[in-house]
Design a protein around this ligand. Structure first.
Ligand code: CP
Length: 314
């Protein structure tokens, strides 16, 4: 049966742990002088990005190449979509060329599920609308697991996710993954940017939680929300929810500072992150390659950790 990665809830706790364990092996591959292994030789991965991306697109491409898969990158702006070809016909056309996995980012929530109806290939959700960004959540979990040496789980780890929770697919997927691994998550957000229904406790006062957390996860302030009058001004947002020098000074030495990128310097990140002791933002980016290698291997390789040796032995 074809397997896909569409959401964190479908993956579940056991699935998250399986991917993170595989990512340890991929991180070892990535530390080698020649970080390339034959694990997915003969497989083809097609990247379909209907929305802009730097990190996710490049890391999926790199991940596939490091596993020796062939890659196809679909350029929306140069495609026959512009001649009126439907998305379904586009997918079926590409699939006919022989694709084992589609990696899709799309502005519409649910697009990866729809794609799965039109192809027998595996589908990986690389971000759909406001809905989900499961591989971001997985690389975030891997980053916390390695930085805090918490292989067994996140019981007792206190996480504040700060910013526009309502419109953030990252917040939805990452909070779900933290919860499944046992962390306590608090949403810190203006009321206008909180989802109407959520399981996490919430506050509009970042200063109240700063002294009691292990992970500070800042979200990108989406500037277009200003036009919707959901935030009075960027300046006020920074004053209430930004990581300013004063707030950075109050963070415990052990606190990890995370951001999915791209970040707005001077808005949610009002300090130089390079000067923060607990900054793991570039580690998140680097871990994205290992984690996406793990995801592709999980879907297209023989799958289990025990069967890795033939594919990734040096
Ligand atoms: N975090 C993230 O999805 O970044 P990109 O939009 O650059 O892929």
């Amino acid at each position: 049966m074809t397997r896909s990665l569409l959401s964190i809830s479908e993956l579940g706790e056991a699935g998250i742990r399986r991917i993170l364990d595989l990512a340890d092996h991929m991180a070892e591959v990535n530390r080698r002088p020649n970080p390339k292994v034959p694990a997915l030789r003969g497989k083809t991965v097609c990247n379909l990005f209907f929305e802009d991306s730097t990190r996710t697109r490049l890391s999926f491409e790199t991940a596939a190449k490091r596993l020796s898969a062939d890659t196809m990158t679909f350029a929306v702006s140069q495609s026959s979509l512009n001649k009126g070809e439907s998305l379904r016909d586009t997918i079926e056309t590409i699939a006919a060329m022989g694709v084992d996995a589609f990696v899709i980012r799309h502005g519409s929530s649910g697009a990866p599920w729809q794609l799965g109806q039109w192809t027998d290939a595996s589908v990986v959700n690389a971000g759909d609308g406001w809905h989900a960004h499961p591989t971001q959540a997985l690389l975030d979990m891997y980053t916390v697991r390695t930085a805090l040496h918490r292989r067994e789980g996140f019981d007792g780890v206190r996480v504040a996710i700060v910013g526009d929770i309502k419109h953030s697919r990252v917040a939805r997927s990452t909070s779900a993954a933290f919860r499944l691994l046992g962390a306590d998550v608090t949403f810190v957000s203006p009321r206008t940017l909180l989802p109407p229904v959520h399981d996490e406790p919430s506050t509009a006062r970042l200063d109240d939680v700063l002294g009691d957390i292990d992970v500070l996860y800042l979200l990108r302030m989406q500037r277009e929300r200003m036009n919707e009058a959901l935030v009075p001004s960027l300046r006020e947002y920074t004053m209430r929810f930004g990581l300013t020098p004063a707030r950075a000074a109050r963070l415990g030495e052990h606190v990890l500072v995370m951001h999915p990128g791209p970040m707005n310097r001077g808005v949610e990140m009002a300090v130089d992150p390079a000067e923060l002791r607990g900054n793991v933002i570039t580690k998140q980016v680097a871990n994205g390659i290992s984690v996406r290698m793990a995801v592709l291997f999980d879907l297209l390789g023989s799958g289990s950790e025990s069967s890795l040796a033939g594919g990734i032995d040096a």
